[in-house]
Design a protein around this ligand. Structure first.
Ligand code: SF4
Length: 404
């Protein structure tokens, strides 16, 4: 039949059955080998608690290593054995044996535990300016602590090797709160900071270290994405002197699509910190094509001026290609300067440009008379000309925490 392809039907003869049978017998040992799945190895009693790092994030709740547990704060046990975590906006509801979204907390027997308490994945001495905290004890050093993981999934994260990894994918070491404070003193630091990955996901550890650090006379601050809920934040602010908050964009879609997060909790956090009287600085990383629209930046600056105050320092940081946004270029200098001009026009009094060493807006000027108050190159402080927290020329009070 023209235009039709006929399929040849196999002829099932006695000879065909004989041949097929012999082939099957010949292949049997191979088939047995191929289908034999080895028994999973049982952990040896002497095996280290931390398993070999996995190449990818395990699925929710899987592959949890055996770790020392420290009971979490701000959670609620439900009658059915699940728990509700109240530390961040996600309010994870976690079944028995499972982990929260951040992978740092686990439900064990209807109680919730932090897996990262006392496990430091990053310990480093930094200038306080690196936080950035430009209105706080300029030129001093802080002992910085980070762990693993995050409750956001920012595609541009510069610290993705910590923040987008689970505890069992990073190298970490045991360091109790007293050990952290001891090391901070030994390193000659005046302050202790919680940074690198999102401190909200190691809330209990941060709270205990900060409490001890304050008792021992250290300055305390943390750098956050602003996603913490109000009750844990208020507890934490009892022992924190200052907070640097990332306001990643003034755009809910950006938060959803680029960070898998939400804008509103961040705005609430900013208002809570401001109302608490703790020192606050705001950071906006300007990413080409994603959040560099000047109208949106203007709305953000207007919101800051109206709701936080015109004297809150705002840092526009230059983006460099990182993590999942390698395809984007670094932020053009003109874009940062335009953003700073928009902030200036909105009435903000302390606007900085960061990640751009040597730019004049690395430094602090008096908003009243223009006197250069703190001269910086990147994180390096060259001179401080404050007089008891005031401009030496016009006497204007400069907001911040200054040496007595
Ligand atoms: S801190 Fe972690 S477990 Fe708690 S709500 Fe946030 S993501 Fe979930």
């Amino acid at each position: 039949m023209e235009g039709q392809v006929r399929r040849a039907s196999p002829r099932l003869t006695r000879r065909w059955f004989l041949k097929a049978g012999l082939m099957w017998l010949a292949c049997l040992p191979l088939a047995r080998l191929a289908s034999c799945t080895p028994e999973p190895a049982l952990p040896s009693p002497t095996a280290p608690a931390m398993p070999t790092p996995a190449p990818t994030l395990p699925r929710h709740g899987e592959g949890t290593p055996t770790l020392a547990l420290h009971e979490a704060r701000h959670y609620q046990s439900l009658p059915d054995g699940r728990v509700v975590c109240g530390v961040c906006f996600r309010r994870c509801i976690v079944a028995e044996g499972k982990l929260g979204f951040c992978h740092n907390k686990k439900n064990v027997g209807g109680r919730y535990y932090s897996l990262v308490y006392g496990r430091a994945a990053a310990l480093q001495v930094d200038p306080i300016e690196k936080e950035p905290a430009f209105h706080m004890y300029p030129g001093t050093h802080i002992y910085c602590l980070g762990t693993a993981s995050c409750n956001n999934r920012c595609r541009f994260c510069q610290n993705w090797f910590l923040s987008q990894q689970t505890l069992w994918q990073v190298v970490s070491e045991e360091a109790s709160p007293s050990e952290i404070v001891r090391r901070a003193r030994e390193a000659g630091c005046e302050g202790v900071s919680f940074t690198y990955n999102e401190p909200t996901v190691f809330y209990e550890y941060m709270l205990d270290v900060a409490t001890l650090a304050r008792q021992e006379g250290f300055h305390t601050l943390f750098h956050t994405n602003g996603s913490m809920n109000r009750a844990p934040l208020l507890d934490l602010l009892q022992v924190m002197e200052a907070v640097t908050v990332d306001l990643k964009a003034f755009d809910a879609t950006f938060y959803r699509e680029v960070c898998q997060s939400e804008l509103q909790p961040v705005l609430r956090t900013l208002e809570t910190i401001r109302a608490s009287g703790r020192h606050l600085e705001v950071v906006n990383l300007v990413i080409p094509t994603l959040n560099d629209n000047l109208d949106t930046i203007d709305k953000m600056c207007q919101w800051i001026a109206r709701n936080l105050g015109r004297d809150v320092p705002l840092h526009f940081l230059r983006f460099f290609p990182a993590y999942k946004l390698q395809r984007l270029p670094a932020t053009p200098v003109e874009t940062l300067e335009q953003a700073a001009a928009v902030a200036d026009a909105a009435g903000l009094e302390h606007v900085y440009i960061g990640n751009l060493p040597g730019h004049p807006l690395n430094s602090t000027f008096c908003p009243g008379c223009g006197t250069l108050l703190i001269e910086r190159v990147h994180f390096m402080v060259l001179s401080v000309s404050l007089d008891g927290g005031r401009c030496p020329t016009c006497g204007r009070a400069i907001p911040g925490l200054w040496p007595g």
